[in-house]
Structures are given as structure tokens and as C-alpha cells.
Design a binder for this molecule. Structure first.
Ligand SMILES: Nc1ncnc2c1ncn2[C@@H]1O[C@H](COP(=O)(O)OP(=O)(O)OP(=O)(O)O)[C@@H](O)[C@H]1O
Length: 288
């Protein structure tokens, strides 16, 4: 894919190659992310998602290519740039025996954050009532929400989330989705990795589909699905429960109008592919 890279973006990667011995984990990855966007990196296990996060956060030096975070090269991030970043990676790194409040208090000390902001941070992720509970007594979803509170306590303008909802139940997942959307609306740029295509479709302003170290597509989720909608069909569910598939063209307009005029239509929508089917179309494999 030909992806134009702007180095004045909040995050940018320019032709990044990453080799681990004989394993080519990333084979020339380029993208950029503008301010206040949720960017979703979608790919199956082993595609290279975590490697990209590690390069952007300065934990790994790429074999070749450049990566930039808030205008700084990721190989020489300074403390000021680190203080503009929040990280929620696979290991939570929370102190089990300390309470939610105490965990954030330690972080507030490190980042020189006013401790009066801790309660607000806990409230935003729905953990104010649990503030005195030790982390060991929290559910997995609560721990994940505490990790988000901790990662955003110092008000970073970029938040990295590596598979933040893996293994969570749908209710907890939705709570975390709400937290992520609120953070974006308040001005944070979010870099999210996931293999959950519904999550990516719901949350992301832009998704990049990563397969075996290559970005095979990148666009707004809706546009991607529309782009690969080669069937161009309309699905109509009638009030009697039956389902009609009609072509999405003037040829079928009269038939569709007739269903409406007889008040038979329960619902109507275009049968676009989802991100999973787009991924399969492009790579011949699924996301799991
Ligand atoms: N430190 C390492 N040493 C050797 N190979 C590595 C190392 N880190 C990653 N790899 C390899 O690089 C490739 C990409 O791994 P990566 O962890 O980035 O994938 P991922 O998309 O994050 O997968 P998952 O969804 O399972 O976390 C894989 O083939 C992996 O085995």
C-alpha cells in the first residue's frame, strides 16, 4: 500500500523494518495518526502489533526506518515526551496489596501530579467506590480500568492500549469502550491494538489491518467495509420474519418500494462486509 507519512503527526512510522534474528516481524510499516483520533491496529496473533507499540514507546530499536511520537524520534525519547504518553500494556504492573487510591498515589508522586486529581481519575473509570479496595480483590475488568486511570492520571495526549479488552465480559468491555471514547473526546489520541474487529469498528476513527508485518489496508472502518462490498446488496427483514436480499441498484427500487407501501418492512440495511471479512478477503486468513 502507498501510505503518505506526515512527520508532524502525533504518531508517525516511516518504513519501519524490525528483524528478530531470521524473523522479519515488520516489513516496512508506514502510517501516521492525527491529533484526537482513535487509531486501531488490527491483526492476528504474531502480526507485529506489540512490536510496533514497543518501537513507538522506545522499548525496541527498529532495524531500519524512523518512528516519531509528538515529533520526537522514538529512539531518543526524552522525559518530556514520555510525560505526554500513557501506556496500558498486557501486564498491569499494579501493586496487588495496595488499594486503588494508593496505587494512583505512587504514580502521582512519580509524575508530580496533584493528589486531589486521584479521586476524579477513579470516578472517570467508575472506581471511586472501590478506592480503598486492594488490587488483589478487584476483578480483571476493574484492574484494567484502574490501569487506564493510572496511565491517564498525568493527562497524556497519547494513550497506548495493547489489547485492553481481551478476556473481558461484554459489560466490562463496554465500560472500557466508554472510557476510551471519553478520553478521545477530551483530546487524547489513542493507539489501540486488538484482534476484535467489532471493537475496532465501534471505536476507531482509522484502522490499519496488519498481517505478517505488513499493513495491507488502512482507512475509516466504514469506508473499508464499503470498499470491499463487491456484493452491493440490500437486506430487508419483513414483519412476517422472512428475509429478502435485493440488489442495491435502481433495478430493484420498485420491489423495495412495494414492500414499504404495503407496510411490510421491519428493517432494511445494506449487506456490507465486516472488518473480519475484509481481512479474510485481503489475506486469506481470519483475525484469530
Ligand atoms: N523478542 C523477540 N524475539 C524474537 N521474536 C520476537 C520477539 N518479539 C516478537 N517476536 C516475533 O515477532 C512477530 C510479531 O510479534 P508481536 O508480539 O509483535 O505480535 P502481535 O501481533 O503483538 O501478537 P499477539 O496478538 O499474539 O500479541 C512474531 O513472529 C513474534 O514471534
Amino acid at each position: 500500500m502507498d501510505i503518505k507519512v506526515k512527520n508532524d503527526s502525533v504518531i508517525a512510522m516511516n518504513n519501519i523494518v524490525m528483524n528478530f534474528g531470521n524473523t522479519e516481524a515488520l516489513k516496512g510499516v508506514s502510517f501516521h495518526i492525527d491529533h484526537q483520533r482513535i487509531f486501531g491496529l488490527l491483526g492476528p496473533s504474531g502480526a507485529g502489533k506489540t512490536t510496533i507499540i514497543k518501537i513507538l514507546t522506545g522499548q525496541l530499536k527498529p532495524t531500519s526506518g524512523d518512528a516519531f511520537v509528538n515529533g520526537m524520534n522514538s529512539e531518543s525519547l526524552d522525559d518530556v515526551t514520555y510525560s505526554t504518553m500513557g501506556l496500558v500494556l498486557d501486564t498491569t504492573g499494579l501493586y496487588d496489596r495496595l488499594s486503588c487510591w494508593q496505587n494512583l498515589s505512587i504514580y502521582a508522586d512519580i509524575y508530580n501530579v496533584d493528589k486531589n486529581l486521584i479521586s476524579k481519575a477513579l470516578e472517570e473509570v467508575g472506581l471511586l467506590e472501590a478506592r480503598n479496595k486492594p488490587v488483589s480483590k478487584l476483578s480483571k475488568g476493574m484492574k484494567q480500568r484502574l490501569s487506564i486511570a493510572r496511565a491517564t492520571l498525568h493527562n497524556p495526549n497519547i494513550l497506548f492500549l495493547d489489547e485492553p479488552t481481551t478476556g473481558l465480559d461484554p459489560v466490562t468491555m463496554n465500560q472500557i469502550h466508554d472510557n476510551i471514547l471519553k478520553l478521545r473526546d477530551n483530546g487524547t489520541t489513542i493507539f489501540l491494538t486488538t484482534h476484535n474487529m467489532e471493537e475496532a469498528y465501534k471505536l476507531c476513527d482509522i484502522v490499519a489491518l496488519l498481517n505478517e508485518g505488513v499493513i495491507v489496508e488502512m482507512d475509516e472502518p466504514k469506508r473499508l467495509c464499503r470498499k470491499y462490498n463487491d456484493k452491493n446488496e440490500i437486506e430487508i427483514i419483513l414483519k412476517d420474519g422472512s428475509r429478502k436480499i435485493l440488489c442495491n441498484s435502481p433495478d430493484c427500487a420498485e420491489e423495495i418500494r412495494e414492500f414499504f407501501s404495503k407496510d411490510e418492512v421491519e428493517s432494511i440495511h445494506s449487506s456490507e462486509p465486516n472488518l473480519e471479512t475484509v481481512f479474510i478477503h485481503l489475506t486469506g486468513r481470519g483475525l484469530l
